[in-house]
Design a protein around this ligand. Structure first.
Ligand SMILES: NC(=O)c1ccc[n+]([C@@H]2O[C@H](COP(=O)([O-])OP(=O)(O)OC[C@H]3O[C@@H](n4cnc5c(N)ncnc54)[C@H](O)[C@@H]3O)[C@@H](O)[C@H]2O)c1
Ligand SMILES: O=c1ccn([C@@H]2O[C@H](COP(=O)(O)OP(=O)(O)O[C@H]3O[C@H](CO)[C@H](O)[C@H](O)[C@H]3O)[C@@H](O)[C@H]2O)c(=O)[nH]1
Length: 329
């Protein structure tokens, strides 16, 4: 039986596909290539299509024996979600409703889902536990939380078992350098810093240096994309063994400020990486750090590439060999 990966041509999706293949899983990918890249996929059956299109979903579930779905397909920019909330309710909540309806109709009862630290909003305490209050401060976080809740109700009604994985900040690239992050336009901190080191940008803008942190810049928990990928495979194994729904944070449990990330990137790239302070970005909490103890205890997951220098080195290797992303090949 195969695993259907929605959004499998995207950044975290393609790395997870590689991890699933390494564990000898059979993989089918569905992606509309809005932000993903067909070039990021090797050795899988690929359907170019949209999860909002029920007819394509029926075709995929009809043509393949799907055991479980790993669901990455979504819109995921916090700022954009504030200016275009309806687009986020459509591509995240309504699209997932269509996907889950098709799953129920085709008797597929397992889903691993990309949730986010953005479900917590401004954290009440650090590190953040799964049991902490969820009060999203953006339509992005709100739609992801609504999806988590929809899955939970579907467990009671249809026996759909879901694992919601609340990722903190995904970063880095596959250790063999064949895939990595390629978003246009890029909004994430580490790839933008590395574009400065490549000479593609003049400087990195630091979004605010007046936060209540040691150096005034925001603190985030950066987690290697291959560690995230491994957690998806473990979540799948958990569903197979326990047949129970659950929710897990995925982070390293260590926070780095924007200044510390830039400083580490200077060391890795040997480039001065000029930085300029610019105004705060709306909706950015000062500090987000995960407690991933639950994932470690219950899933047996342990980050292998948690060190920030290692994360940035792997990203640097990818960006140097693919300065224009997949298009350059
Ligand atoms: N990058 C992060 O740090 C981060 C953190 C927390 C959660 N997430 C979540 O992880 C998931 C993957 O994030 P990413 O950074 O890899 O994003 P991405 O944009 O690289 O990947 C998303 C993929 O889904 C596809 N897609 C989007 N809407 C679709 C639709 N309606 N039908 C079919 N395909 C569709 C896109 O083409 C893309 O390939 C998202 O759900 C995101 O919300 C990401
Ligand atoms: O040019 C930049 C880009 C980012 N930042 C800062 O760097 C930190 C990290 O920003 P990213 O945009 O890389 O990541 P986010 O923390 O905003 O978002 C990530 O984590 C969120 C959860 O909080 C969501 O899940 C989202 O999808 C995911 O990309 C933030 O403090 C941001 O203000 C800058 O200073 N300059």
């Amino acid at each position: 039986m195969a695993i259907l990966v929605t959004g499998g041509a995207g950044y975290i999706g393609s790395h997870t596909v590689a991890e699933l293949l390494a564990h000898k899983e059979e993989v089918v990918v569905m992606d509309n290539l809005r932000t993903g890249h067909a070039e990021a996929l090797q050795g899988v059956k690929f359907y170019e299509g949209d999860i909002r299109d029920r007819s394509v979903l029926d075709r995929i579930f009809g043509e393949n024996e799907i055991e479980a779905v790993i669901h990455f397909a979504a819109s995921s920019l916090v700022g954009e979600s504030v200016s275009e909330p309806l687009a986020y309710y459509e591509n995240n909540l309504l699209a997932s409703h269509t996907l889950v309806s098709a799953m129920v109709a085709h008797d597929v009862k397992k889903i691993v889902f990309s949730s986010t630290a953005a479900t917590y909003g401004e954290p009440k305490s650090i590190p953040i536990l799964e049991t902490d209050p969820t009060e999203p401060t953006s339509p992005y976080g709100e739609t992801k939380l609504a999806m988590e809740k929809m899955f939970r109700w579907c467990d009671g009604a249809y026996g759909l078992k879901s694992i919601s994985l609340r990722y903190f900040n995904a970063a880095g690239a596959h250790m063999d350098g064949h895939i990595g992050e390629d978003h246009t336009p890029e909004s994430h901190l580490i790839p933008i810093i590395l574009q400065v080191a490549l000479g593609q940008r003049e400087h990195i803008g630091i979004f605010g240096d007046d936060y209540a942190t040691a150096d005034g810049t925001c603190i985030r928990d950066y987690i290697h994309v291959m560690d995230l990928a491994n957690a998806h495979w473990r979540a799948l194994e958990y569903l197979r063994k326990e047949n129970a729904s659950n929710v897990f944070n995925l982070g390293n449990g260590t926070g780095f400020s924007v200044n510390e990330v830039i400083e580490t990137a200077r060391k890795v790239t040997n480039h001065p990486i000029p930085a300029k302070v610019s105004p705060r970005r709306a909706g950015d909490p000062a500090v987000l750090i995960a407690s991933s103890e639950k994932a470690q205890t219950v899933l047996g997951w342990k980050p292998q590439w948690g060190d920030l220098e290692t994360i940035i080195e792997s990203a640097w290797k990818w960006h140097q060999s693919h300065p224009n992303g997949f298009a350059a090949k």
